[in-house]
Design a binder for this molecule. Sequence first.
Ligand SMILES: [Zn+2]
Length: 255
Amino acid sequence: MKILDKIIKLEKCYTKLEENMKILKDKSKIILLKKMQKEYENVKKSNIEIGTEIQKIEKEYSEIEENVLKKKEEKKQQEELLYDGNVGCNIKFIDNVQSKIENLQNEIDKLEEEKSVLLDNEESLLNQKQKIEDDMKSVKTNFYEFKEEVLKEIQNAKIEIKSGNEQIQALRDSMSEEVLNKFDYIRRVRKPAVASVEDGVCQGCKIALPSMILDDIVSKRKKELICCDSCGRILYCKNTEKIVKKRKSRKKKSK
Ligand SMILES: [Zn+2]
């Protein structure tokens, strides 16, 4: 492999390595997972609270129901008194019993009304509970899917860091100290340390390169690395033919 190709590859390896390090350092997804977990706990808590509320309503309902039956029984007894042949014409007694029956009926009506309010409340709580349970299911599914994704990403990054470091080491072992020092120095100052040349322009700093440098790139005369005058990056050109063509057409125009 030519030295320039090695440099380009080394730069790619370092860029990839840095990307993977960033993934490991980035705690935002872990924080999001914890937030999702907390959200689930909160939803679960309110679901339990609603469950307790429903139980309370059901208890209250059955107490009222019991009371209604008791009142109905009392009313029945009073009515029996009224239709008992022994009552005769005791108007005062009849009035008294009738007013008792009336009162009992009023109480029963009131209790029935309370029962219906309780039933309405219970229904709305049951609906809420159902919605919360659906939410819990989807939060749980999302959590596990996201967790798997995050763990996979971290695992991948770790594997790639390991192989990246090995690749970097192998490349560095095959390069001279002089080239490595130059590359490391540029990389410390500017990342990436290499820049492609397109249409005679350094893609690192977007400044047009002087003809002399372009000549060197095309002819590959120079054995050492060619750097950009403006940003100092190591230059490479994938398609030197393009530079040649452009320069020829420029020469034609100037003639
Ligand atoms: Zn440049």
